[in-house]
Design a protein around this ligand. Structure first.
Ligand code: BG6
Ligand code: MG
Length: 232
């Protein structure tokens, strides 16, 4: 006979939180936008914040392709010229992120990371940005992360799940014990394809499909566990 205990839904244990960087840990998404905007203006291609939403979580070369497509200019440049354009954007971006300091950690993030550490929950970074290690260093957060996925070593960028799976595998865990935190639709899709629950940082419209939509300032371990039906 089934007892009440036997039919109780078993809660999954939270053992790792895998974070996106740009737009979640710090507002570097704005610097990506400014650098692409400058390049697009130089190329005479329309570009605004709305179009920029499509680039969030997307790799550097794929972002360039999307911008060129928006100006019907995708076939106008050779591969070498496209690489030079991507380098130009990246050089400008690197100039902008030099000013990042610990004061630029988004509200609530430092406290949430501390809570995770205090509860022995592993912390990983799953950013497709090759500049991610530099930004973590600027934020003085290098030592908070137990694992930083190498964007250059991951075959497929978001929305493929590869980078979130790399974080999970580094700890030898299963998807149901991990969650991902993202600010981009492509990222939410990547988390889901990895078989994890997603925390979306942003508006409900932007973060459609995420199991929990919140702001960084509201991120607290107890709230996350409760809303995702998980436990320590
Ligand atoms: C992602 C950003 O984190 O990294 C994208 O959301 C960016 O906007 C991508 O294009 C790649 O970054 P980078 O620094 O390697 O050009
Ligand atoms: Mg992001």
């Amino acid at each position: 006979m089934e007892t009440a205990k036997a039919i109780e839904i078993e809660k999954k244990k939270l053992k790792a939180v895998i974070f996106d960087l740009d737009g979640v840990i710090t507002d570097s998404a704005t610097y990506h936008y400014l650098a692409w905007k400058s390049l697009a203006a130089e190329l005479g291609i329309p570009f605004d914040e709305q179009y920029n939403e499509k680039l969030k979580g997307v790799s550097r070369m794929e972002s360039l392709e999307l911008i060129l497509q928006n100006g019907n200019a995708a076939s106008k440049y050779t591969i070498q010229q496209k690489e030079a354009l991507a380098d130009k954007k990246n050089n400008l971006y690197k100039e902008l992120i030099r000013q990042i300091s610990p004061a630029d950690i988004l509200p609530g993030i430092a406290a949430f990371l501390q809570e995770l550490k205090a509860n022995q929950i592993k912390i990983a970074l799953a950013s497709v940005s090759k500049n991610a290690p530099f930004i973590l260093h600027q934020l003085a957060l290098d030592t908070m992360f137990d694992y930083v996925a190498d964007a250059a070593a991951v075959p497929n960028a978001k929305p493929f799940p590869d980078i979130f799976l790399a974080g999970m595998q580094a700890f030898g865990l299963q998807p149901h014990n991990c969650i991902g935190v993202e600010d981009a639709r492509t990222g939410i899709e990547a988390i889901h394809r990895a078989g994890m629950q997603a925390v979306g940082v942003g508006t409900p419209e932007e973060m459609e499909g995420a199991e929990l939509v919140t702001t960084t300032g509201e991120l607290r371990l107890a709230m996350v566990l409760e809303r995702l039906g998980m436990e320590l």
